[in-house]
Design a protein around this ligand. Structure first.
Ligand SMILES: NC(=O)c1ccc[n+]([C@@H]2O[C@H](COP(=O)([O-])OP(=O)(O)OC[C@H]3O[C@@H](n4cnc5c(N)ncnc54)[C@H](O)[C@@H]3O)[C@@H](O)[C@H]2O)c1
Length: 484
């Protein structure tokens, strides 16, 4: 049967574990194709097979013991496979992408060159995960090194053969445009600068961005490469999501905030003059590439540490040892420990990715928790005419949310005191001077979490214990005013 299946020139043959358990079969398969061994640990196998019936080889005796002895018998043969991929925590889609990636790095013996075109090569260091979202599953790479040297590999993997339209923050392109262009050598691309920072997100400019893509020659089979902070990713992501009903995009975040927050999750939004992030879409990127050294450079600018507030939010949400995690990443003077930047980004990304995987469109409640500190933060941003940055406003918002939680009897007093200490370590407390009259807080009426005259807010019962509270807007305004 195997010989017959292998007679075809191209295709994937999915075998059960027994088919290649003999050396003869394995060498036959290896002569005709590339053999990929999908591995899993014993506990995973036990879990996967615990309900299975009709496995004669596993009958008689304890499942775990039978499996262990089968594995021991077959280990030598399985070890002959060209590639092994560990699948314990992977969905079928993520496993397929992991296989593709592993194949990319495999140097094919010349006599078998036609089995697989070896145009990909994996990143040799750094962190790679998959944002698990069914058919929208995509890789997220946190890559050490000078900048964009591994980007072509991610583009080969995620946007093969596509011509690229680089929508990037103008100032970032001034700084890194040359390295970026050199990474894109050999690939059709057009570089298009966006206004730096929040100015990129003016909704009134959206038609101009779409027109710009069209004029530059983009078609339905093109793709966008979004480069910059959260603003550029939002603007480029939004534009890609509406251009000809949506073309794919890969994100390259260049600020800490963009790396730990904006780049994953698929929210793309623009700003109205009176309120941020009102026009928007959900559109997952095809891949995310976090250039660690560029982020490391960016956090040296005091104005570019907004991501520290999002990191604090993640630490508060992620578990019972959030304070300790935050202190491990952030020095007492508010700067990040250089040597722990990668760990901090991974910590925040892992948490956000797990939440997005569980509740992609903020329908189930899990993702709502990511808005901790944001309801009040948006009020401050708008009241200051956007002089107070998103991060500083969210940092302040975290303290207000903690105090509101105490006032409502949800959390003990010491919780709010600890959040205040952490916010002050991050440099967000004491709060910036912004006059918050009734009118400013009245902006809550524009909040997206409002339904009728009620608003949903995320508060905390303590470390790692977010809770959604729904209350009349008037009551929320009063409570907020007393807590800032
Ligand atoms: N879509 C989402 O899920 C999501 C999540 C969080 C925040 N956001 C949005 O992100 C935006 C804020 O993003 P941000 O904090 O990254 O700021 P930003 O994108 O507005 O950039 C701030 C400034 O930093 C500069 N900059 C960017 N990268 C740099 C670098 N490497 N070195 C030096 N300067 C650099 C920019 O030119 C700009 O002047 C807000 O609009 C917010 O709403 C979106």
């Amino acid at each position: 049967l195997l010989r017959r299946a292998l007679a075809d020139d191209f295709g994937v043959i999915a075998c059960g574990g027994g088919a290649l358990a003999r050396e003869e079969a394995m060498s036959l398969a290896r002569r005709r194709g590339l053999v990929v061994n999908l591995e899993a640990s014993l506990p995973t196998l036990v879990q996967r097979l615990s309900d299975a019936s009709n496995h004669p080889l596993l009958e008689g005796g304890k499942l775990e013991t039978r499996l262990a002895s089968l594995l021991a018998e077959r280990r030598r043969c399985y070890g002959l496979a060209d590639i092994s991929v560990t699948t314990d925590r992977l969905s079928p889609m993520a496993a397929a992408l992991a296989v593709r990636e592993a194949m990319a790095g495999y140097v094919l013996p010349r006599y078998r060159w036609n089995c697989y075109p070896p145009q990909f090569a994996p990143v040799d260091s750094g962190w790679q995960e998959f944002m698990e979202l069914g058919d929208r599953t995509h890789p997220v790479w946190v890559v050490p090194g000078q900048g964009f040297e591994h980007l072509p590999r991610l583009l080969d993997l995620t946007l093969p053969g596509k011509d690229l339209y680089v929508l990037g923050d103008g100032d970032v392109l001034d700084m890194y445009g040359r390295e970026l262009a050199s990474a894109l050598t050999g690939r059709a691309h057009v570089i298009m600068p966006l206004p730096p920072g929040e100015a990129a997100k003016r909704f009134s400019d959206a038609p101009g961005l779409v027109q710009m893509l069209l004029d530059a020659g983009a078609t339905r089979s093109s793709a966008v490469l979004a480069v910059g902070g959260g603003s550029a990713l939002d603007a480029a992501g939004f534009t890609s999501s509406i251009f000809m009903r949506g073309i794919p995009a890969v994100y390259v975040p260049t600020t800490l905030l963009a790396a730990v927050d904006a780049a994953v999750g698929g929210k793309c939004a623009m700003d109205l003059p009176a309120a941020k992030n009102i026009p928007g879409t959900f559109r997952q990127p095809s891949g995310v590439y976090v250039p660690l050294e560029i982020i490391g450079e960016s956090v040296k600018h005091p104005g570019l540490r907004d991501g520290v507030a999002e990191l604090l939010k993640t630490c508060l949400l992620a578990g019972t040892r959030g304070s300790a995690a935050f202190k491990r990443f952030v020095r007492p003077d508010g700067r990040l420990y250089d040597s722990r930047l990668s760990e901090a980004i991974r910590y925040a990304l892992e948490y956000k990715m797990s939440i997005v995987a569980a509740d992609e469109r903020e329908e189930g409640g899990e993702r709502l928790a990511l808005n901790l500190g944001h309801t009040f933060g948006h009020v401050v941003e708008a009241a200051s005419g956007f002089r107070v940055s998103h991060g500083a406003a969210v940092g302040w918002g975290l303290v207000v949310a903690a105090r509101m939680s105490v006032r409502l009897g949800l959390a003990p007093r010491r919780f709010a005191a600890e959040v205040e200490r952490l916010a002050s370590r991050g440099g967000f407390w004491p709060a910036p001077k912004v006059s918050l009259g009734n009118r400013a807080i009245g902006r809550l009426l524009l909040d997206k979490k409002r339904t009728g005259n009620k608003i949903r807010m995320v508060l905390m019962k303590g470390d790692g214990r977010p809770v959604t509270v729904c209350m009349p807007v008037e009551e929320a305004k009063k409570l907020m005013a007393r807590s800032c």
